[in-house]
Design a protein around this ligand. Structure first.
Ligand SMILES: *Cc1c(COP(=O)(O)O)cnc(C)c1O
Length: 342
C-alpha cells in the first residue's frame, strides 16, 4: 500500500504542516514560465511587491481525498481554477491558465503523496494555491510580475468540533466586504477585514461569525470563511448576495439537495428568517458541512437554537458529499478526478 508518514491523523488541526515540496511558477514579460518544484518553505520577492502593499493577492483551497478503494481524488479542481481566474481578473492580476493550475495541483499532490492522510481518519490533504503580484510598484497599479504557487498541508476539519453543531455570533459592527467590493472573489484583503470580529467571537467562545449584508444589515451574508444555508419545509435555502464568495461546496450541496428531492432556493435571506429554519449550517472546503447549533446576536442578547445534534438533512447532505469525495457514492456529476499513481 501507499507509503505514508506517521502522524496523529485523527487529531490533526486545520493548520500548517510542513511537507516535502511545493510548486511555483512565475509570470514575467507577459507570459507564464515553467512550473518549478521547490523544497523551500520560503519565497523571495521584491520589497515593493504589490501583494505586500496593495493586497494584490488571491488564493484557493481544495482537497485531495484518499478513498476506501485507496485511490486519491481531487474534488472539482476545475472550478477552483476558474474561480482563481475570476479572482485574478477582479484585482487585475495575470490569470493562471486552467492547464497550468491542473499541472500544479496534480504535481504537488504526487510529490507529497506520503502526506495524504489515510482513509477513515477524517483528515485530508489540503491544497493551497496562491497567486500574487510579485513585481514592484510604488504607485497604486497592477504589478507586471506575478507568482503562482501551490503548497499542501494535511489537515483535520476547520471547526475542531467536526460534524457537531457549533455556536456562532452575528456581527453588526464590522463588515467583511462591501456590496460592490471584492467579497465575491477569493482575495486576502477580505480576510484581513474579518480578523478582528472573528478574534472577538473566538474569545467569546464562538466558532465563527455570521456577517450581515454591509448596506442594510438585514440579510445574511456568510459565516466567516464559509457559506451559510438553512433548511425548512423540505427546502435548502442559501443567501444570494454580491458580497458572498461563491462556495464550490455550497454549489455541490445545492445539487445534492436537488438530487435527494429538496427544493433549492438561492435568494436574500433576512436575519428575521433564521428563527424559522429547522436546521442551519456552514459549508466550505475547510468547514465541509458544519452544523450550526446556536446563533447569538449581541444586539438584543438573543440566541436562536437548532439543537445539540446535527439535523437529518444536514447529516444526509454531509454523508453524500463525503461519500462522493471518497469514492463510495456514485459521482454522477463528475466532480472528482483520480490522481493516478499515488
Ligand atoms: C473559500 C471560501 C468559502 C468556501 O468556498 P469553497 O469553494 O466551498 O471552499 C466560503 N466563503 C469564503 C469567504 C471563502 O473564502
Amino acid at each position: 500500500m501507499e507509503n505514508t508518514i506517521n502522524a496523529d491523523w485523527g487529531n490533526l488541526p486545520f493548520g500548517y504542516f510542513k511537507t516535502d515540496y511545493n510548486v511555483r511558477c512565475y509570470y514575467r514579460d507577459g507570459k507564464w514560465g515553467k512550473l518549478e518544484i521547490s523544497s523551500s518553505e520560503y519565497i523571495s520577492i521584491h520589497m515593493a511587491a504589490t501583494a505586500l502593499h496593495y493586497g494584490q493577492e488571491a488564493f484557493e483551497g481544495l482537497k485531495a481525498y484518499r478513498g476506501k478503494d485507496g485511490k486519491v481524488r481531487l474534488f472539482r479542481w476545475k472550478d477552483n481554477a476558474k474561480r482563481m481566474r475570476n479572482s485574478a481578473d477582479g484585482i487585475m492580476m495575470a490569470e493562471v491558465p486552467v492547464e497550468l493550475f491542473k499541472e500544479a495541483a496534480f504535481k504537488v499532490v504526487e510529490m507529497n503523496a506520503r502526506f495524504i492522510p489515510p482513509y477513515g481518519t477524517g483528515a485530508t490533504l489540503y491544497l493551497r494555491p496562491l497567486l500574487f503580484g510579485s513585481g514592484p510598484q510604488i504607485g497604486v497599479k497592477p504589478a507586471e510580475e506575478y507568482m503562482f504557487m501551490v503548497f499542501v498541508s494535511p489537515v483535520g476539519p476547520y471547526f475542531k468540533e467536526g460534524f457537531k453543531p457549533v455556536a456562532i455570533e452575528v456581527v453588526r459592527d464590522f463588515d467583511r466586504a462591501a456590496p460592490l467590493g471584492t467579497g465575491h472573489i477569493k482575495v486576502g484583503g477580505n480576510y484581513a477585514a474579518s480578523m478582528r470580529p472573528a478574534d472577538r467571537a473566538h474569545k467569546d467562545g464562538f466558532a465563527s461569525v455570521l456577517f450581515l449584508d454591509a448596506k442594510e444589515k438585514k440579510y445574511i451574508d456568510e459565516a466567516g470563511p464559509a457559506n451559510f444555508y438553512g433548511i425548512k419545509d423540505g427546502k435548502y435555502i442559501t443567501p444570494q448576495s454580491k458580497s458572498i464568495l461563491p462556495s464550490i461546496t455550497n454549489m455541490s450541496l445545492e445539487q445534492i439537495a436537488k438530487d435527494i428531492g429538496l427544493t433549492v432556493e438561492r435568494r436574500p435571506v433576512a436575519i428575521d428568517e433564521l428563527e424559522s429554519f429547522e436546521e442551519a449550517g456552514a459549508c466550505g472546503t475547510a468547514a465541509i458541512i458544519t452544523p450550526i447549533g446556536k446563533i447569538y446576536d449581541r444586539m438584543n442578547d438573543k440566541t436562536i437554537e437548532y439543537g445539540d445534534a446535527a439535523g437529518p438533512v444536514s447529516t444526509r447532505l454531509y454523508q453524500t458529499l463525503r461519500g462522493i469525495q471518497e469514492g463510495e457514492i456514485e459521482d454522477a456529476h463528475e466532480w472528482t478526478t483520480i490522481i493516478k499513481g499515488v
